[in-house]
Design a protein around this ligand. Structure first.
Ligand code: NDP
Length: 433
């Protein structure tokens, strides 16, 4: 904290890990002796660069670009790029730190990284977004590679942005390699990658519910966000017979009392991915209630899936959810719950899954995309979905294995220890580097 006082999100992510990891480290002092923690909290490399671009009116803009290469002990750096005005070094370091544990949990050989820019794609034309992406990649291309660092999407970076960045990378590097995941299906993408984070989150929630002999069918599910993760979490919940009662964006929440149906879902996909509109339009179109400026946590629900952004669920929200009878919280977003909210969930015995476990499906299928690219073949959607499902079940089992506490599973502890051990053992084996 003294070294980087202006990085509260990074401190929060590290504190969350260390609180549960500490007793394990005390029992296993060889990790401490080798300085594993001191090394894990320091990125292997940080790249920071200028991204100049010209808007449609001819005006010059300058954004800041970043790539955090956090840890490569178990594989090439892997993690998404985020384009959002709130992006700064501390936010990306928190995301990169989380990514190290998450990627380890998938059991695939991927190290951790994260990057992005404070560029805001909202309200920009396709041409402006393309010029920005090309400028961003003109610098980043020299720092990434299919055996070095493989970026993907995150907030503000979807199929359109990945396409533009991949195109520019290929042009500069003069080769076609698997340097990005989340690619389009015409140029090396994997089936089920767009669905993977949302589906994976619901598969994980299903496993938690199964362990207490419950299921998703018939439950009221509050979802926040309306982007990639929220869209496919909603689709899977509907498929499994649950009732999706909300979606949101930074303008507010749409309340769908009767539960979302397929018409709502198709409208949402067009609204967010093609027209790039706001949730208020969806409420107006279907005559649904809109709660301006509000998050969905005041609604009565059995399951909550926060799928928007960090710290979107605080202690007040957590109390309201518990009072309203919510029994399960599975994070689709990264670190959406504040530390005190997490404490309350655990204290009250809520089935609570931290994002590094429950949203690992996205990067898992990214790993499978790299495998398919390396083999130069394409698996069917059924094959990829079955592998995703099995990985989420394995992550759940790993959390149970390491997280048992007084007859209950503490998924935070389970995920942190299980994710840590593989990376730490690889670092030990590789010496002090
Ligand atoms: P998208 O850009 O597709 O969607 C983001 C959603 O969150 C939008 O509805 C957006 O609303 C909302 N949102 C973003 N920032 C804020 C904010 N500061 N306040 C309120 N609402 C906000 O991103 P994704 O769906 O891909 O990502 C969502 C979360 O899931 C992130 O935490 C991401 O790190 C995490 N994640 C994503 C993975 C993936 O595969 N895509 C993998 C693992 C984790 P608005 O449009 O109004 O800003």
């Amino acid at each position: 904290k003294q070294r980087d006082p202006d990085q509260p999100e990074f401190h929060q992510a590290v504190e969350e890990v260390l609180r549960t990891l500490w007793p394990f480290l005390e029992e296993n002092p060889h990790y401490m002796k080798a300085g594993i923690i001191e090394r894990m909290v320091e990125p292997e490399r940080v790249i920071l660069f200028r991204v100049p671009w010209v808007d449609d009116a001819g005006k010059v803009h300058v954004n800041r670009g970043y790539r955090i290469q956090m840890n490569s002990a178990i594989g090439p750096y892997k993690g998404g790029l985020r384009f959002h005005p709130s992006v700064n070094l501390g936010v990306l370091k928190f995301l990169a730190f989380e990514q190290v544990f998450k990627n380890s949990l998938t059991s695939l050989p991927m190290g951790g990284g994260k990057g992005g820019s404070d560029f805001d794609p909202k309200g920009k034309s396709d041409n402006e977004v393309m010029r920005f992406c090309q400028s961003f990649m003109t610098e980043l291309y020299r720092h990434i590679g299919h055996n070095l660092d493989v970026p993907a999407g995150d907030i503000g970076v979807g199929a359109r942005e990945i396409g533009y960045m991949f195109g520019q990378y290929k042009r500069l590097a003069n080769e076609f390699t698997s340097v990005f995941t989340g690619k389009g299906m015409t140029y090396g993408g994997s089936l089920i990658r767009p669905e993977a984070t949302g589906y994976g989150c619901v598969y994980f929630a299903e496993e938690m519910l199964k362990s207490v002999k419950r299921r998703i069918e018939g439950q009221r599910v509050a979802i926040s966000g309306s982007g990639n993760v929220a869209q496919y979490a909603a689709q899977k919940v509907i498929e499994l017979g649950g009732k999706v009662i909300s979606l949101s964006d930074s303008g507010g929440t749409v309340y769908i009392e009767e539960g979302m149906n397929n018409d709502h879902w198709h409208y949402l996909m067009d609204l967010k991915n093609v027209r790039r509109g706001r949730m208020q339009e969806m409420a107006e179109h279907f005559g649904l209630e809109f709660l301006p400026g509000q998050r969905p946590w005041g609604l009565q629900c059995d399951i909550a899936l926060p799928c928007a952004t960090q710290n979107e669920l605080d202690i007040h929200d957590a109390r309201t959810l518990v009072e309203n009878g919510c029994m399960c919280v599975a994070e689709g977003a990264n670190m959406p719950s504040t530390l005190d909210a997490v404490d309350l969930f655990i204290e009250k015995g809520i089935l609570y899954a931290p994002g590094k476990a429950s949203n690992a499906g996205g990067v898992a299928v990214s790993g499978l995309e790299m495998t398919q690219n390396a083999m130069r073949l394409l698996w069917t959607d059924g094959e990829v979905d079955a592998k995703l499902h099995s990985i989420m079940q394995q992550i759940h089992a790993a959390c149970v294995n390491y997280g048992m506490e007084n007859g209950r599973v503490n998924y935070v502890k389970g995920a942190n220890i299980a994710g840590f051990v593989k990376v730490a053992d690889a670092m030990l084996a590789q010496g002090i580097v």
